[in-house]
Design a protein around this ligand. Sequence first.
Ligand SMILES: Nc1ncnc2c1ncn2[C@@H]1O[C@H](COP(=O)(O)OP(=O)(O)OP(=O)(O)O)[C@@H](O)[C@H]1O
Ligand SMILES: [Mg+2]
Length: 365
Amino acid sequence: MIDIRISDCNKSYGTLKVLKNIDLEIERGEFIVLLGPSGCGKSTLLHIVAGLDRLTSGTIEIGGRDVTDVEPKDRDIAMVFQSYALYPTMSVRRNMEFGLRMRGKPLSEIRPLVEEKARMLHIDHLLDRRPSQLSGGQRQRVAIGRALVRDPKVFLFDEPLSNLDAKLRASMRTEIKKLHQSLGTTAIYVTHDQLEAMTLATRMVVMKAGEIQQVGKPEEVYHRPVNLFVADFLGNPGMNFMRGQIRLDGGRVSADVGAAMLPLDGYAFAMPPSDGQAVVVGLRPESVQPATGQAPAGSEPFVLTLKPLLTEHTGSDNLVVLEMGDQEIVGKFPTDPPPKLGEPVTVGFDLSRLSVFDAATERRL
Ligand SMILES: Nc1ncnc2c1ncn2[C@@H]1O[C@H](COP(=O)(O)OP(=O)(O)OP(=O)(O)O)[C@@H](O)[C@H]1O
Ligand SMILES: [Mg+2]
């Protein structure tokens, strides 16, 4: 059942096109994460769903109703901002009550609701304080609590955790996930943070310069990026890219990347490749590991002997920069034993994880 339908949406500020032909259908109960570089239009899209910004053209439907010209307050949505946007002179309780009071709900009904949500968010002992007397994480909980008491049809979050330190962020992320699992309310969540996107999203929407690049489950977008931009945008450390050419030889397909011929017989080409076609072959660092003599299930063993040039210890792994002809490739190695610089090692490639892109169009083949 479609809960939000964004159809052919365009938004311009003067001559600047900020959103271009956005089409997106969101089912009831989905947790959609919008991800993309700064300035790509994530907040603008969220504001348009909220009704805080007007569309230049297109329509928005929420719950089967065309709300394109409906005021934000009549859209049955609740938004949580990065800046919390709490009323500084009101107590936490008042902040959480405010939206429902404005709607004329009797206080006898509001009170127990606020207390229930405050308990859920572990802020019930803070109800009589003002926002200035709270930590960043506590303020963020109040902002979320204020949205929760409204019991809206849709939650909109604009980078709600970006002001928090790494540890608090991680714990709030888990709580938001739990909340969504228990409430099941449709949500659109904007973030810069890939980990947040990967862990929270039921589906992820990757944007670039006002356009949607890919919509899909996190693992799908991560493992099968539709183009070089998405491949490069996701993952830390980033995907390795090897430039080369397709070789078609007696029914066998491979990519000649200079230092190696990578067999592509098992690769599910979406478009048939041609001999000599210039390609970029992508492989994530975790798919480049010391050879164990055993290939990962479902893939053929493929090993190369490569020279480590540099290692970076990240705590849990060693990122190892390996020389591969005139290119370099990063592998994710265990910390023990540490590779010796300059001393060649046998490296296994998980070819089942390859992505192949046309070098000119940058689209996945
Ligand atoms: N009121 C406005 N007038 C003119 N241009 C605007 C206005 N609001 C946003 N923009 C421009 O629209 C583009 C998209 O902005 P938006 O805030 O949606 O980006 P974003 O993806 O949320 O970025 P960030 O990750 O930095 O928050 C930017 O180029 C921005 O400068
Ligand atoms: Mg933004």
